[in-house]
Write a protein that binds this ligand. Structure first.
Ligand code: BTN
Length: 255
């Protein structure tokens, strides 16, 4: 059962609702978006009993992790929505560096890794009319003090690295501050440049699971729409906009 949220303004221009336990912060955020909540409404839960990941996977959501959905109402073309997810991933990288001096990397399309292990994932849900957004809901799951079932995928919690109990509130404060700054000034070119600096995908051999088939090759670039450009084993270039990306090996690109 969903408890009544505790509502707080973490900072000017955003409104945050805290819940003890929810099905998924995406569900709550969707209802709020459809009921016309303002830009920068944030839903945070201590626990989710139906946490969702990309490609219809579950997102393990035990106590101790950070589960958040951020509602934005962008005034841009729907094809540029990737700029928000890239921006959110970069805000996580920035937060981990600021608070714990941890170097994390972004992996296409929207994961955050420490070395080769996933510490955070991002899921987006959008509604748009005639190519204009009604809302874009950005779900962020960050493994903090929660223990991960490592059988599921290569994942890690911050607690595995910092080795002491981490103050979830200070992560929330810093991450929200960084997200608010990033979302206030979305410039696609700058975000793409920053993403390239912090990414761990370009130059790697990758396997991409698309809806009905899989392709393999070397990730060689990211295009203006946030799509990954793959050099296939037969030398042809293929651009993928949606899919699951597994890094299978390391390869240096020669320019
Ligand atoms: C992924 O990497 O597959 C994306 C994971 C996104 C998880 C977050 S946790 C907060 C929000 N609520 C959900 O049910 N999912 C997202």
């Amino acid at each position: 059962m969903t408890e009544n949220p505790y509502k707080i303004d973490i900072q000017k221009n955003s409104c945050t609702y805290y819940y003890t336990s929810v099905s998924s912060t995406m569900d709550i955020a969707r209802k709020m978006s459809q009921a016309n909540c303002p830009d920068n409404t944030v839903v945070i839960a201590k626990h989710q009993h139906c946490g969702r990941g990309r490609m219809r996977r579950q997102w393990q959501s035990d106590q101790g992790g950070l589960y958040m959905t951020w509602v934005v109402r962008p005034k841009m073309n729907a094809t540029q929505c990737f700029a928000y997810t890239f921006s959110a991933a970069l805000a996580i990288v920035q937060t981990l560096d600021q608070l714990y001096n941890i170097t994390a990397h972004v992996k296409w399309p929207n994961d955050v890794l420490i070395d080769t292990q996933k510490v955070a994932g991002i899921l987006t849900e959008t509604q748009y009319l005639e190519n204009q957004f009604e809302y874009l809901n950005i779900g962020i799951g960050l493994n903090v003090n929660n223990q991960i079932n490592t059988d599921a995928f290569r994942a890690i919690s911050l607690n595995d690295i910092v080795r002491t109990h981490i103050d979830l509130d200070s992560i929330i404060q810093t991450l929200c501050k960084n997200l608010l700054v990033q979302f206030a000034d979305i410039r696609v070119d700058q975000i793409l440049e920053k993403w390239k600096v912090h990414n761990c995908t370009i130059g790697k051999n990758v396997r991409i699971s698309l809806l009905d088939h899989t392709i393999e090759g070397q990730a060689v670039n990211i295009d203006q729409n946030g799509a990954l450009v793959i050099k296939l084993n037969n030398g042809q270039l293929e651009t993928v906009t949606y899919g699951d990306c597994i890094i299978t090996g390391f390869n240096i690109i020669s320019h």
